[in-house]
Design a protein around this ligand. Structure first.
Ligand code: SF4
Length: 172
């Protein structure tokens, strides 16, 4: 897992207007690419119930730091039972399956962090037959995200979403 120093670097970068603008531009590109394909979203909430639907979301540490900054500023709602679920966790968590099933920001089946959700959330759709272009789009923008870290001289950390959020909270 990342060190406290890594988290501090990502946190500082996330507060920089240049990084903020770069991430927003990259995410807008992902949205536009997905929009061109016109996938169907039935707002079933399946995409954010990871254990139930056997699906994992991976993100970078910089994305988590930026996301948490936006969530704090915009006071995004979190799922009411989430705090109790994470307090019941036995640490260290050895497998994503030990983590709460859903994302903390999914409230009543909807994303309360829609405007600042990470790359993986923007490109994942559960509609059958969309897997190939999702993978290609994901790889294209993940490569750009990686290049942004290199450009900024930031450490690169790639991690499972819920575990990364817990780790960032522990380091805060
Ligand atoms: S940030 Fe939003 S879209 Fe992404 S996993 Fe959480 S609730 Fe789902």
């Amino acid at each position: 897992m990342p060190s406290a120093r890594d988290w501090n670097e990502w946190k500082e970068a996330a507060a920089s207007p240049g990084v903020d603008a770069a991430l927003r531009t990259l995410y807008a590109g992902v949205e536009a690419a997905a929009h061109l394909r016109g996938p169907r979203c039935e707002a079933s909430g399946r995409c954010c119930k990871f254990n139930t639907h056997d699906h994992l979301l991976y993100v970078t540490g910089l994305e988590i730091a930026w996301f948490l900054r936006q969530a704090g500023e915009q006071k995004a709602a979190t799922e009411p039972g989430y705090e109790a679920q994470i307090q019941g966790l036995r640490l260290p968590v050895l497998s994503p399956r030990q983590l709460p099933d859903g994302c903390a920001w999914q409230v009543d089946g909807l994303c309360s962090a829609h405007g600042f959700r990470p790359l993986g959330c923007r490109v994942y759709f559960c509609e059958k037959g969309t897997e190939d272009w999702q993978q290609q789009t994901y790889e294209k923008f993940q490569t750009q995200l990686r290049a942004l870290h290199d450009l900024l001289g930031l450490p690169y950390g790639y991690m499972e979403w819920r575990g990364g959020i817990l780790d960032a909270a522990r380091m805060a």
